[in-house]
Each structure stands twice: as C-alpha cells, then as structure tokens.
Write a protein that binds this ligand. Sequence first.
Ligand code: XBP
Ligand code: MG
Length: 281
Amino acid sequence: MVATVEYRHGSSALPLWRIFWGFFDDFMTPKALIFDVDGTLADTERDGHRVAFNQAFIDAGLDWRWDMALYGELLSVTGGKERMRHYIEQYRPDYIKPADFGALVTRLHAAKTRHYTELLGCGGISLRSGVRRLLDEARHGNVRLAIATTTTMDNVSALLRHAVSPEAESWFEVIGAGDAVTKKKPAPDIYHFVLERLCLSPAQCLAFEDSENGLRAARAAGLKTVITVNDFTRRQDFEGASIVLDQLGEPGRPFQVLAGNNVDGAKVLNLKMLGHLLTGA
Ligand code: XBP
Ligand code: MG
C-alpha cells in the first residue's frame, strides 16, 4: 500500500509519495537529447548526399561516380570533404591531383551542398519513423534538444525546414555541425562542443546515432547512446550502445529491439524509457 503522509504547501495538501515520485521522475528524465542528423533524424545518405555528390562531380566534368555499394564503403569516413579525399586516396590511384586539389575539394563540396539543399527543397526526404513523435514529447516535457552532426550547417537547416517545419531549427538549443570542430566523428569533439554549450554533463543527456562512427564519438564523450540502424549501418558494431532499435517507433508501428534491454516493455521510445536507459534502471 502507498504511504499517504501529506505535505502542506500553501493551502493544498500533497501526499508525500507524490512529492518523492515527482523528484524521482525528474531525476530519471534526461535533461537533453542530442541527435545525430544523417541516418538518424532522416535517411539522407542514399537519395540525398550521394546524389548531390554525383551531381557536383558531373558539373565539374569529373568521372567520379558513387553507386550505392561504393557509397556504403565511403561512409566509413564522415564529412563530405574528407570523404572525397579518401575516395581519391583509396579508390583512384589513376587520378592525377591538380596542384590546387584542396581548392577543388572545397569547390566540389560547395556545389554538393547546393545540390543537396535543393534536393531537400523538393521535399523528397522525410523524418524517420518516431522522430517527430519523440521531438514533440521532449518539447512538451521541457527536455532540451540539441544536434551533434558531421554534416554542414546549411544542410541541417534545410532538412529541419523542409522535413519538419519552418521554425524547427529554433527547437534545438545547440546545433554542433560540420567544421565547428576540426576532428569529426568518430572523435568525440562535436559532442564535447555541444555539451559545453548546453552546460550539461554527459550523465544528464542521451545521444541518438545510427552508425558505429557516431556511437564511438558519443561514447568517447561519456554519453549513453540509442542506436536506430538503417540499411547502411545495420551490420556495424554497436557494442556499448544502451539499446539498438530498428526505428524509434510509432503507435501502430512498434520498434524492434535488435540489442539491449527494453526494461518496461515499451513499444515506442518515450521519455520514460529514456529515463530508464539513462539511469541504467
Ligand atoms: C554524416 C556524414 C556527412 C554527410 C555529408 O555522418 O558523414 O558527412 O554524409 O555531409 P554523421 P557534408 O551522421 O555520423 O554525422 O558533405 O555536409 O560534410
Ligand atoms: Mg549518422
């Protein structure tokens, strides 16, 4: 039986158990959710970034073409400029670099960003299942939102504007993106950048990622991490993740647990379950 001792606050009386429960609930709830973008908020790689890279290569008269299989391999390197350099180093020994190769990469990347943001403007890419539901629940529950991504800030803005709502960027208190740090994921730097600006410790937040590189970055920053896999990342190593899901879940479309413990038998990832994942309860 629940204790019914009462605490008088002003004229209203609250049962003591409710006060303690409220305190416990508050302790369990994460203070902030930090989201990766590509592959986590939306499936942007195959029909977004990849297509935009190829278009930029065509514009520049280059014979570089990234099909799906090759792109899956190239995703081992985060960051578009870094990925192009890696492609040339590892896959194109025949390519003779011009003296101003660095400037070419910068130009190609700017063109790719233009193509990518235009593509998003056509509305072909939507949020992954359960993302909007969780963002709404967090906002209503006063849980702060942030982003830690490797991609360019223009791309984040365009995705939020076109796939969520014109004002969605303002929902995120901190957005750490692209060249905000020099070492991209799997380095933890972008998570350190975001945590510092949120003035929160890793123990108060949860990270959301889709890839091994992202998981390594978040874990190295001390964050418990939820993984939602996609076709490019399904077979990666997610050792150290708090839970691995196929997607965040919607009413009528429950998530599937691929690894980890769904302690309270939830069907969609909600704040209560995140509290359990955060405290390890
Ligand atoms: C995302 C990426 C990004 C995009 C390209 O990784 O790897 O590089 O593919 O973005 P993560 P830019 O989801 O782990 O952050 O071309 O704007 O760099
Ligand atoms: Mg990602």
